[in-house]
Each structure stands twice: as structure tokens, then as C-alpha cells.
Design a protein around this ligand. Structure first.
Ligand SMILES: O=C(O)CCC(=O)N[C@@H](CCC(=O)O)C(=O)O
Ligand SMILES: [Zn+2]
Length: 345
């Protein structure tokens, strides 16, 4: 099998698939583009591989699958690695355009969330205000995504960004659906998420600087962040069951975009963000136990956090907490207070 087929090994070893040198440019090109079973592979950069179906097999979907935006979130990286290998061994028939992205290779190699800055806070142009390795990577990933979706049918363009969370969760697999002005969240997408084993969706209600917020708001494609369990090192993800998600993704890859029947949305829990807690300074304190799980209920009128003179009291009824983290850099999100979503979808 071509070296290009083993994107994960190339990425973890920090190897570019370039065999020649400047005197042999033709070899470089051969190394970066190849075909397996008539599927064209194009290595666009570190951790980024585009696959085009064999002539006649394209059903019109453009699918971007990303993982490893946080380098220590390995279960989704392993899932994408397996899917790629199955496509290239002919076990899955590629009937869509596919872009596979391993987001932060350097952090993946070191088994850490990020090196200098959280990559998933640098999209939607935020990288322009920043320096350093992750800012450059966010700019490149935006370009790869924009090039991939340029000219694609927006109704058949989808980006799933796959993550795992720092802590355990009362709802193990959930999704975060970005916000864009004057755009409604799609019921069909929610149904697909539910059939993928997702039990709850946080419907965002303000712009954000995540990878999917960029794809959704700037490129106009459907884009969703999936949280699939707790983050663990490579090879230690046996507790995470990705079977339902895997079969939904396999159906997409093989060109079946049908959704389950309407009634299926019943039971999917919908939440919205009430408040974002932003850490202001080193004095920030969260009044939650260290092992609190995502989606834990918050007692109304309790003091949730303080930072110098600033205090966050839980005013909301039926509030829950997700992503509480007092260790984020100053200026970053230290948690989200969420509440059940009122609107019917
Ligand atoms: O467990 C945590 O605290 C963070 C897990 C994670 O990486 N979540 C994503 C969510 C993206 C979003 O807010 O839409 C992130 O924090 O980037
Ligand atoms: Zn993550």
C-alpha cells in the first residue's frame, strides 16, 4: 500500500511523503498524489489527505472529517485511521469527496491538548490576532477546508469534528451545533446525530472560534462538533463505543444519505448556552469538585465561580455545567452554564 494510505503513521512520525529532492521534483509529485483502486489520494499537508472517488462513483457529497484538533483526544483519531484503511483496502466503497484532517500533529505526537495555544480557539479568523505554531495551523486548516468546499453543493456538504472530553460526562456522547445569524439548525442533521448514538445536542446561540464554527458560519456547510467520551492515550479507548457513529459515517462514505424516520428525534435532549464563564485572571476559582462530570446539575443560587471582585452565581433554573476547567489560560472559557433549549426544532 502507498505510504500515503497510512496518514496516521506519516503524521505521528512527522514524515512528509516526499522521497526525492529538489533535483527530482517528479518523484515528489508522485509521492504526494497517487491512486489506489481508482481512488485518487492527495496529501495536502501534514495530517491532511483528500480522497476523490473513482470515476462514476461520486454521489455529490463533500465530507470533511477532522480529529486530533486536541492532540490528546485519540479515540476519534483511531476511528478515522480505521475508516481510511478500510476505504483503501476496498472494504468500504468511496462514493463521496472526502477530506481527512488530523488537526494538531505536533500535539498528537506529544500526547497533549495543545502546544502553545488551544487550536480550537483560533478559527474564524482569530488566528490573525495571534502568533505561533497553532495560529499558523488554524490558518492552514481554514484554507484546506475552504478549498475543499469551494464549488461544492452546500446542501450536500458536511463537516464532523470529532473530540473527546477532559472529564467524564452524565451524557457520554453529545454534540455542539454552531451558530450563524439567520440560520436554523437542521432537524435532519439532528436526526442523523441521534442515529449516530448522540444523546444530547448543545445548540450554540453565539459566534465562536472553533473549527466547526468556521465551517458553519463562513463556508455555509453543515458542521458539528462531536464529543465522544473521555480523552485517553492511543490504544486505551476500549471503553468508548463508536459503533453507531461509525456506521453513520460509513453510510455517508458509501453514498447513502437517507435519514431515519421523523419520529426518531424524540428523546434527543436539546440544550442551549445560558452563560459562558471566562477566566479573567490567576485569581479565578471554580466552586465545583475536581471530579465533577459534564452535564452535572447546578444548584440554583449557588456560587459557581469567582475571580477577584467578579462572581458567577447560578441564577438559572435547571442549569447544568459543561467543560468546567479552571486551568485554562486567562481570557479563555472556563465552563459553560447550559439550560434546556426552549425552542422546538
Ligand atoms: O473537556 C473539555 O473541557 C473540552 C473538550 C473539548 O475539546 N471540547 C471542544 C468543544 C468545542 C465547542 O465548544 O464547540 C472544545 O473545547 O474545543
Ligand atoms: Zn477537544
Amino acid at each position: 500500500m502507498s505510504k500515503l494510505a497510512d496518514l496516521l503513521q506519516l503524521t505521528l512520525q512527522g514524515i512528509a511523503p516526499v522521497y526525492g529532492n529538489e533535483a527530482e521534483p517528479a518523484d515528489d509529485l508522485k509521492a504526494m498524489q497517487t491512486a489506489i483502486n481508482a481512488i485518487r489520494l492527495h496529501w495536502l499537508g501534514e495530517g491532511v489527505l483528500q480522497l476523490s472517488p473513482a470515476p462514476g462513483d461520486d454521489r455529490g457529497l463533500s465530507l470533511l472529517l477532522s480529529a486530533g484538533i486536541h492532540g490528546n483526544e485519540t479515540a476519534p483519531v483511531e476511528l478515522l485511521d480505521q475508516l481510511l484503511k478500510r476505504i483503501l483496502m476496498g472494504e468500504l466503497r468511496l462514493r463521496c469527496r472526502l477530506l481527512v484532517v488530523f488537526g494538531n500533529p505536533q500535539a498528537m505526537r506529544q500526547g497533549v491538548r495543545y502546544i502553545e495555544q488551544d487550536l480550537n480557539r483560533l478559527f474564524n479568523g482569530r488566528h490573525k490576532d495571534s502568533q505561533g505554531f497553532e495560529a499558523k495551523r488554524a490558518a492552514s486548516l481554514e484554507r484546506f477546508a475552504a478549498d475543499f468546499f469551494r464549488g461544492a453543493n452546500l446542501k450536500k456538504s458536511l463537516h464532523y469534528d470529532l473530540h473527546t472530553a477532559i472529564r467524564g460526562s452524565k451524557i457520554e456522547q453529545f454534540a455542539l451545533y454552531p451558530f450563524a445569524e439567520n440560520r436554523l439548525h437542521s432537524r435532519a442533521e439532528l436526526k442523523r446525530l441521534q442515529s449516530a448514538g448522540i444523546s444530547a445536542v448543545l445548540l450554540q446561540n453565539r459566534p465562536a472560534t472553533t473549527f466547526t464554527a468556521y465551517s458553519y458560519a463562513q463556508l455555509g456547510v453543515e458542521a458539528i462538533t462531536l464529543e465522544l467520551g473521555k480523552a485517553r492515550p492511543f490504544g486505551q479507548n476500549q471503553e468508548i463505543n463508536l459503533q453507531k457513529l461509525q456506521s453513520v459515517i460509513e453510510r455517508l462514505i458509501e453514498g447513502d444519505e437517507s435519514h431515519p424516520p421523523d419520529a426518531f428525534l424524540d428523546g434527543l435532549q436539546l440544550f442551549t448556552v445560558s452563560r459562558e464563564i471566562i477566566k479573567q485572571s490567576d485569581h479565578f476559582r471554580l466552586h465545583l469538585s475536581d471530579n465533577i462530570e459534564n452535564f452535572s446539575p447546578l444548584k440554583q443560587y449557588s456560587l459557581l465561580a469567582e475571580d477577584g471582585d467578579m462572581r458567577w452565581q447560578v441564577d438559572e433554573a435547571n442549569a447544568r455545567i459543561i467543560f468546567p476547567n479552571a486551568k485554562v489560560q486567562n481570557g479563555q472559557r472556563a465552563g459553560l452554564i447550559i439550560v434546556p433549549a426552549a425552542q422546538a426544532i
